[in-house]
Design a protein around this ligand. Structure first.
Ligand code: NAD
Length: 290
């Protein structure tokens, strides 16, 4: 099986690395946080002293890091030390410009690369949105499969990140829309269940309503039933909305609802709810604490 270096073993990276070990791959892992290395070792990851040691001899290198600056700095360190022809997969959610710079670093060192951010949380199956050449994607697909529910090749370098931030802009806007509808329904004396029964089978139907319903009751598995514990933290929603706004500005796209959603999530975060599930924005819209 393949030797895979995995850099960034946090909330997302550790379960992903564990799935690669389960699939029979040898995984050489590194993270800056010693406690994450302890978890990785328990999952069968071979813990390495640093990122350069992890990539030496690896056929595939996966990064799952917080932001573009971390990915670029790690790529600058490890790309010169990697095996020629190795495949670099960055699954972090980062800005499109940094993603394209990361591809350029890889190309400079004769490496294949794809950007492959994910949708789906720390526990569930992941959808990978990939950007890069056909050759790189063909090599990446079997590596991603043990971690994936679905894998979509979205286009050339950066297309995976573009798909991710467009999707999450829809998500942020739609969650606010659904939450506002429930707040209005409350004021009009309409029960949560009645609104859900109508909207979930009508034109208001969307994932924020039917899977992630922001009020307790209609969808028992949604974070609203669990004190708005994430799930998908409001801090990460704000991060993704900011990325979509940066991209909209640099590409000249007009996204007024995306901009408004980013502002509302910035306020929600600033009120101390960065660690709450993003559906908790309903409490902010009502003016009550999450
Ligand atoms: P996290 O903070 O739990 O993990 C990131 C890890 O990277 C940390 O353990 C940190 O120590 C490590 N790290 C940072 N710099 C490093 C370096 N130079 N070398 C080695 N390790 C380094 O974050 P996460 O929740 O795992 O998210 C990772 C990425 O996935 C982010 O880009 C996030 O936006 C994206 N994402 C997260 C979720 C989610 O639900 N958590 C969902 C989809 C996408």
């Amino acid at each position: 099986m393949t030797t895979i270096a995995f850099i960034g073993l946090g909330n997302m990276g550790n379960p992903m690395a564990a799935n690669l070990v389960k699939a029979g791959h040898t995984v050489h892992g590194f993270d800056l946080m010693p406690e994450n290395l302890v978890i990785a070792r328990d999952h069968g990851v071979v813990v390495m002293a640093n990122a350069i040691a992890a990539v030496k001899g690896a056929d595939v290198v996966i990064t799952m890091l917080p932001a573009g600056k971390h990915v670029l700095s790690v790529y600058e360190d490890i790309a010169p030390k990697a095996k020629k022809g190795a495949l670099f997969i960055d699954s972090s959610t980062i800005d499109v410009e940094s993603a394209r710079k990361a591809h350029a670093i890889a190309a400079r060192h004769e490496l294949l690369s794809i950007d492959a951010p994910v949708s789906g949380g720390t526990g569930g199956t992941l959808t990978f949105m990939a950007g890069g050449s056909k050759d790189a994607f063909a090599k990446a697909e079997p590596v991603l499969t043990p971690m994936a529910g679905r894998i979509v090749h979205c286009g050339d370098d950066g297309a995976g990140q573009a798909a991710k931030i467009c999707n999450n802009m829809i998500l942020g806007i739609s969650m606010i829309g659904v939450a506002e509808a429930f707040v209005l329904a409350e004021k009009l004396g309409l029960s949560h269940q009645a609104l859900f029964d109508v909207a979930s089978t009508s034109s208001g139907q969307c994932w924020s309503l039917t899977t992630y319903c922001p009020v307790p009751g209609p969808v028992p598995t949604s974070p609203a039933n669990n004190g708005y514990r994430p799930g998908f933290a409001a801090a990460l929603m704000l991060k993704d909305l900011k990325l979509s706004q940066e991209a909209a500005q640099s590409a000249g796209a007009v996204t007024p609802l995306g901009a408004e959603a980013a502002q509302l999530y910035a306020l929600f975060n600033a009120q101390g709810h960065a660690g709450a599930d993003f559906s908790g924005i309903i409490n902010f819209l009502r003016g009550t604490p999450a």
